[in-house]
Design a protein around this ligand. Structure first.
Ligand code: GLU
Length: 505
């Protein structure tokens, strides 16, 4: 038998913004598809009209595009297996539901919500299954004419999967190995509802995976409990031969304490749990996103890739290409991965360093304009180059570089006390003369002359250099002094020193 081409799908339900865990699922599908020369499908699972949220689908597409997770087929991409939005596949599902009804693998049930509720009150552990189905109102207990008449009269019904009890169902999971569940604990799941002529998640998911020739189902651990039911559905359709392989990914856990990562953890600890900012159409609430918080997409990808997978050694900085070539589902962990958002910041710092000064300057320019300053891009790139190693986010640049655009109006008090001693004014006047006499403000040349002057005069190196910095910057930290003055230029530097002399004496 020739191995069929790898085909995976990312199948979100448009019930809100894509959670960061969903982004990781999409990423692992992408890495796996690319690694194996396969194809990746975007399928929108929107059969639950109650939970549909406008804008969610567009959000998902935009978020994955931003991260460089590309699809070969699907909603917004087209392809041979469409339509890829489940709400547009109603007729297809109906055919498959009828198939199960015809071969006795499913049945029609008329029990109303009130009847089911009454049954639950009567039997505390009630479950609609082999042990109870014969006590209910369905096509197994009612005469065929009555069933037919009820349907014709427009009575609402559901189609339930007829699960045979007492059988061990084996799910072969690439990450978890063999998971065995006895069918007796499963209930006769609803597969279809006449009320909206739509299948439930389980049926639509299985039919589509089959029709779209999906070979591997890679998804979050929360779907593992559904997997035995899915195996039974493949069998009921006679599709065991082409059943996809499963891989259920480990949960993302809270950074602190126990349990699943939630939006509340993000709010509490101050980090986004969504890739992009999300504006809730109903409540108007705005949730922060990685993009808007200043993360670079490649940093988010690298960070997420290592939450639940490792390359087998201690390498951490891995590009998308490297991740693709190293990715292996067998290296995914079974146990949950702690969401260490501090590590996310560290990744961003690393990737900021990899971008060119010019690129970072271009990202910074809009922020600078918000502060009512403008700057020629070449010059801004030089400024960025001086402080890039100190930042993890572009929005930290203002704090680091404001002094280039605004001369100090105050001087850090404790440094003034420590450095600006008697006679410093006179020494600063001398420094002005030295600066005027320099053939160029180029950093090395200027440094040599100025340090030479301090040494020759026997002045205190630390005090003079820090007073110089106080005058020009306003405080005593930052990049190399002569790199700063090279960019500021002679006139600006001298003016700032003069002003400091006036103010500090
Ligand atoms: N629609 C499901 C979700 O929202 C898909 C689960 C699966 O991948 O089978 O995650």
């Amino acid at each position: 038998m020739t191995a069929s081409k790898v085909r995976v799908r990312f199948a979100p339900s448009p019930t809100g913004p894509l959670h960061i865990g969903g982004v990781r699922t999409a990423l692992y599908n992408y890495l796996f598809a690319r690694k194996n020369g396969g194809e990746m499908i975007l399928r929108i699972e929107d059969t639950d009209s109650q939970r549909f949220v406008p804008g969610a689908e567009a959000y998902i597409i935009e978020a994955l595009e931003w991260l460089g997770i590309k699809f070969d087929e699907g909603v917004g991409y087209g392809g041979q297996y469409g339509p890829y939005r489940q709400s547009e596949r109603k007729d297809i599902y109906r055919r498959y539901v009828d198939m199960l009804l015809d071969n006795g693998k499913a049945y029609i049930a008329f029990d109303t919500p009130a009847e089911l509720e009454a049954k639950r009150n009567e039997m505390p552990n009630f479950q609609y299954d082999a042990s109870t189905r014969m006590q209910m109102r369905n096509s197994l207990t009612l005469p065929p004419e009555e069933v037919k008449a009820a349907i014709e009269a427009g009575t609402q019904y559901v189609v339930r999967f007829k699960i045979e009890p007492g059988e061990d169902v084996v799910v072969n999971d690439i990450i978890r190995g063999e998971v065995v569940i006895n069918s007796s604990i499963l209930d006769d799941k609803v597969l279809y509802k006449s009320a909206d002529n739509l299948p439930t998640y389980h049926l639509a998911n299985i039919v589509d995976d089959h029709l779209m020739e999906v070979t591997h189902v890679i998804r979050g651990e929360e779907w593992l409990p559904s997997a035995p039911l899915h195996v039974l559905l493949y069998r009921a359709f006679g599709w065991e031969e082409t059943m996809p392989q499963f891989a259920h990914l480990p949960l993302l856990l809270k950074p602190d304490g126990k349990g699943k990562l939630s939006k509340r953890d993000g709010d509490r600890l101050g980090f986004p749990v969504f890739p992009l900012e999300w504006h809730d159409p109903k409540t108007g609430e705005i949730s922060s996103g990685y993009r808007e918080a200043g993360y670079l997409p490649e940093a988010v990808v690298n960070f997420l890739a290592l939450l639940g997978w490792n390359p087998g050694d201690d390498r951490e900085i891995l590009s998308m290409e490297e991740l693709i070539s190293l990715f292996d589902l067998h290296r995914c962990s079974k146990s949950g991965a702690k969401f260490d958002y501090e590590k996310g910041k560290w990744f961003n710092h690393q990737y900021i360093q990899q971008r060119s000064d010019r690129e970072i300057a271009e990202m910074y320019l809009p922020l600078l304009r918000e502060k009512h300053h403008d700057c020629e891009i070449e010059r801004l790139a030089r400024i960025v180059g001086l402080v890039k190693s100190r930042i993890s986010f572009v929005n930290e640049l203002w704090e680091q570089t404001a002094f280039f655009f605004e001369a100090p109006t105050e001087y850090e008090e404790k440094s003034v006390r420590k450095r600006w001693d008697e006679g410093m004014g006179a020494r600063m006047n001398e420094l002005i003369e030295i600066l005027r006499s320099l053939p160029t403000m180029e950093s090395h040349a200027a440094e040599e002359v100025v340090l030479g002057w301090i040494t020759q005069k026997g002045y205190h190196m630390g005090n003079v250099m820090n007073a110089f910095r106080l005058a020009v910057v306003g405080y005593c930290k930052g990049p190399h002094m002569f790199d700063i003055t090279e960019i500021l230029g002679r006139e600006e530097t001298i003016q700032r020193i003069q002003k400091a002399i006036e103010r500090l004496g």
